[in-house]
Design a protein around this ligand. Structure first.
Ligand SMILES: Cc1ncc(COP(=O)(O)O)c(C=O)c1O
Length: 372
């Protein structure tokens, strides 16, 4: 009998490129995984160090203080009014993305399909797979946005939920969330909008699906990128009262709990908009700098509409070959686009997650390579 086997973690395929880059004097400049490197806000670290919240079990749905802080952040960032009762917290958003399909399937056993962007964060498809459901990719348009008109009506009828990601990983697209919400409402399909990069919106203002109303939609946010708190594991979700209540109740039974000290620290992080603005400028500066370096290395690079990634067509079209070449020549490790879906083939994603001095090193290597 053969059962399900966990596939290799996609980034493990990058080991040869990493080794090549690490062999250069000064080592690798690893831009493959979007893990934050900048310091978290000092107030957050102080809240953690107080030790408060360690003794008792933390509420799975989030402390009242944290849910109020989330509601306040939603009001301040987007002008939407969401009561703390329509908010829940998660242990980082990855686990919410990975587990939500199996919980929603308990609610709607008649629906077995998860729709997600064809080039995207791999956990959307994995969440369907872990639940034994169908993961059906939605094609993207020429601007890397969901083309919902391409969804087969039979798949729409079977859809348990649609994932949309705006600004998107990896291509940085900003979605038309009004259109996506309208598509879901017209068909009775819940839309889950992963907005974990929303504070890194470069074109237009930060937008949430909640601005279209709460009915049938859930917005998902994370402190990982906004506040350099990926190690704290705090995310939150808000929206449609029935969906949020259902998830909150199931998740209580599963024992999904953000540790007490992390919940306290998250309140401090959400209240601090100055550090988020500072971090945003750091990413903006790095994106522009790295875009310039890659252009000097012969690539044609557009800045993203949002997010912390450059999404670049490999000169010559072979993303794995270009990744190896950049690793050997410049010590830069990117991630080939097919890690985000077959339609991403030919592109490479670069995450702006190294301190500026590491980009100085890339500039020096480039100058040595290209000569005076
Ligand atoms: C699109 C997207 N969603 C969710 C996550 C998960 O973030 P976290 O679990 O740290 O909140 C990531 C992480 O890179 C991501 O790129």
């Amino acid at each position: 009998m053969t059962g399900w086997e966990p596939p290799a973690y996609p980034y493990e395929r990058l080991e040869p490129a990493r080794r090549k880059a690490a062999a250069l004097p000064g080592g690798a400049v690893d831009l493959s995984i979007g893990t934050p490197v900048d310091p978290p806000p000092a107030g957050v670290v102080a809240a953690l160090a107080s030790g408060e919240g360690v003794g008792g079990y933390p509420p799975s749905v989030g402390t009242p203080a944290l849910r109020e802080a989330v509601a306040g952040w939603l009001a301040g960032t987007f002008g939407v009014d969401v009561g703390a009762d329509a908010v829940g917290v998660c242990v980082g958003t990855k686990e919410l993305v990975a587990t939500t399909p199996q919980w929603l399937h308990l609610r709607r056993p008649d629906r077995d399909t998860v729709l997600y962007p064809a080039v995207s964060y791999p956990t959307y498809a994995m969440g369907a797979e872990l639940a034994g459901l169908r993961a059906v990719p939605v094609p993207l348009d020429e601007r890397w946005r969901l083309d919902l008109s391409a969804v087969d009506p039979a798949d729409a009828q079977r859809a348990l939920l649609v994932w949309v990601n705006s600004p998107a990983n990896p291509a940085g697209a900003i979605e038309d969330l009004t259109a996506v919400a309208g598509w879901g409402r017209a068909r009775g399909v819940p839309i889950f909008s992963d907005e974990c990069y929303v504070e890194l919106t470069w074109q237009g203002s930060p937008a949430t699906i909640l601005s279209t109303g709460m009915d049938g939609v859930v917005a998902v946010h994370s402190l990982s990128k906004r506040s350099n708190l990926a190690g704290l594991r705090v995310g939150h979700y808000a929206g449609d009262g029935e969906l949020v209540t259902f998830l909150r109740e199931v998740r209580k039974h599963v024992g999904m709990m953000v540790p007490g000290p992390a919940q306290r620290a998250a309140v401090a992080a959400l209240a601090d908009t100055a550090h988020a603005a500072h971090q945003r400028e750091t990413y903006r500066r790095r994106l522009a700098r790295m875009a310039g370096l890659l252009r000097s290395a012969g690539a044609s690079v557009d800045l993203p509409a949002g997010g912390l990634y450059l999404w670049v067509r490999a000169p010559g079209g072979d993303a794995w070959a270009w990744t190896e070449q950049l690793a050997g020549d410049l010590g830069v490790v990117g991630s080939p686009g097919d890690l985000y879906g077959p339609a991403g083939a030919g592109y490479v994603r670069f995450a702006m997650v190294v301190p500026d001095e590491r980009l100085d090193l890339v500039a020096e290597r480039l100058a040595t390579l290209t000569g005076p």
